[in-house]
Ligand binder design. Structure first.
Ligand code: CP
Length: 308
């Protein structure tokens, strides 16, 4: 059975197919009547143990527009609050003969673990600091739309890399699609072992944002994930903004055709100033729009060919 747990599950051809189908789904999304019958009779469970606005609602909309029955279960309202284990929870859901479980969980590797327990298709909607593959696909879709092609383009990913599953999925995805990638973070928010990883996969590291900005074709700002910093936030928020925030002054270092991405939710005034978030070159809401089309594409390819 096919799952989508990591960008590593996808070849370049798979990625291009998903992005091409997403473009067709985006056309459906633009219609006044959006319902298509592609997943009629299929059931998709959104199982979210961490909060979400974009990912959960876009998976639900994606399923509904393709006529699947979609059901949301959150950690807070489920029997996990009574002490039920993750394994018992997903085995219980699986016993209801659902077709797909779209899962977000705070533990890295949890989606892989669940895929080994259930008969349903599993889609990773974010597992701890590990991966968020559909975010990387929607980012690739947005950049392909804005830049024409990702091949040969220089993309900088900036921010709290240590805690970012978006970074981990995106660096893999962008390199596979032929981009030159530079990742920028303060030394305290660079993941351990990143030097070896950068060398093996062929991306650049920088602790200094200003010299990178004039050289990029696209910029991805990441959220500072304070909720994952149990030991406190270093540098301080003020120091972070001065060194790594996309401030109004730094915006002037970017070409004005360079798309500014942020996966959301944003800490306005910390990693990104309102002037940048709301700039004409910001594609943050285009990313949200692409999220529905890309998730339609993912669910379609994982479920539409399956035996009913
Ligand atoms: N980008 C993203 O995953 O946003 P949500 O947490 O709102 O789903």
């Amino acid at each position: 059975k096919k799952h989508l747990l990591s960008i590593d599950d996808l070849t370049v051809d798979d990625m291009n197919l998903l992005l091409d189908t997403a473009a067709e789904m985006h056309d459906v999304q633009r219609r006044s009547v959006k319902k298509i019958p592609a997943l009629r009779g299929r059931t998709v469970i959104n199982l979210f143990f961490e909060d979400s606005t974009r990912t959960r609602s876009s998976f639900e909309i994606a399923g509904k527009w393709m006529s699947a029955d979609t059901i949301n279960i959150t950690g807070k309202g489920s029997s996990t609050s009574k002490g039920e284990s993750l394994r018992d929870t997903v085995m219980t859901i699986d016993a209801m003969s659902v077709d797909a479980i779209v899962m977000r969980h705070h533990a890295s590797g949890s989606a892989q673990q669940v895929a080994g327990w259930v008969n349903a298709v599993v889609v990773n909607a974010g597992d701890g600091t590990h991966e968020h593959p559909t975010q990387a696909l929607l980012d690739a879709y947005t950049l392909r739309q804005k830049l024409g092609s990702i091949e040969g383009k220089h993309v900088a990913i900036v921010g709290d890399l240590t805690h970012s599953r978006v970074f981990r999925s995106n660096v893999k995805s962008l390199i596979r699609l032929g981009a030159k990638v530079t990742v920028v973070a303060p030394p305290t928010l660079m993941p351990s072992g990143v030097e070896a990883w950068a060398k093996a996969d062929g991306f650049e590291l920088s602790w200094d944002l200003d010299p990178v900005l004039p050289t990029v074709d696209a910029l991805m700002m990441l959220r500072v994930q304070k909720e994952r910093m149990s030991g406190g936030f270093f540098p301080t928020p003020r120091e972070y903004t001065v060194g790594y925030g996309l401030t109004r002054d730094r915006l002037a270092l970017l070409r004005d055709d360079v798309p500014i991405c942020h996966p959301g939710p944003m800490n306005r005034g910390l990693e990104i100033a309102a002037d940048a978030a709301d700039a004409a070159q910001s594609v943050i809401l285009d990313q949200v729009s692409a999220g529905v089309a890309v998730r339609m594409s993912v669910l379609y390819h994982l479920l539409a060919g399956e035996e009913a």
